[in-house]
Design a protein around this ligand. Structure first.
Ligand SMILES: Cc1cc2nc3c(=O)[nH]c(=O)nc-3n(C[C@H](O)[C@H](O)[C@H](O)COP(=O)(O)O)c2cc1C
Length: 170
């Protein structure tokens, strides 16, 4: 199975979850920001696991990212990392494929809407088929950190995805 975890992360929480999911999936599975998940990294991929933070109730848009660049908010622990393109733009440019996908988001405990439905919709539009239900990983405050135990849960989810994939292949 060739799997890749692709993530957007402005303050590092989603990146940490993505790395743990990749570890759980297997020893050679990379966790990549959108600009690195291109070309060879994607060639013949069997499973894409894509994740992003929920920002303003949604998969981050360029408008939200631009607003954060101008004003990250008075309590931001540091400037946002906007050095990589958004997951949204990566998904919109994703070449057609035939593998499976799984989607996750990081977020505060309660949010009326999230990011994974948009991620799923875009992956399906590109031809990928759902492997399993969406997953959420929760942060304690607006900028993090992750709730205790979320990294372990992410690793376990990654291992579960590998098992689900093997089973789906029959
Ligand atoms: C400007 C801003 C808007 C946010 N909006 C939401 C939201 O609508 N719903 C939610 O559940 N979490 C929201 N959050 C919390 C983030 O989703 C959470 O901190 C996430 O883990 C950040 O991921 P990152 O560190 O990978 O960038 C928001 C955080 C910020 C800074």
């Amino acid at each position: 199975m060739k799997a890749v975890v692709v993530y957007e992360s402005l303050w590092g929480n989603t990146a940490a979850v993505a790395r743990a999911v990749a570890q759980g999936l297997g020893p050679d599975v990379p966790a990549l920001p959108p600009d690195e998940a291109v070309g060879e990294a994607l060639a013949g991929v069997d499973l894409i696991v894509a994740g992003s933070p929920v920002l303003a109730f949604s998969l981050p848009t360029d408008r939200i990212r631009e607003g954060i660049r101008k004003d990250p908010g008075p309590k931001a622990p540091r400037p946002a990392d906007l050095s990589h393109p958004s997951l949204r733009s990566w998904l919109d440019a994703l070449p057609a494929g035939s593998g499976r996908y799984a989607a996750f988001e990081t977020r505060v405990r309660y949010s009326p809407r999230g990011a994974t439905s948009a991620i799923a919709e875009k992956l399906e539009k590109a031809g990928y088929r759902r492997l399993t239900g969406d997953e959420r990983f929760v942060v304690k405050g607006k900028y993090g950190p992750l709730r205790d135990g979320e990294i372990d849960r992410a690793r376990e989810w990654g291992a579960q995805l590998a098992g689900d994939f093997a089973q789906a292949q029959g």
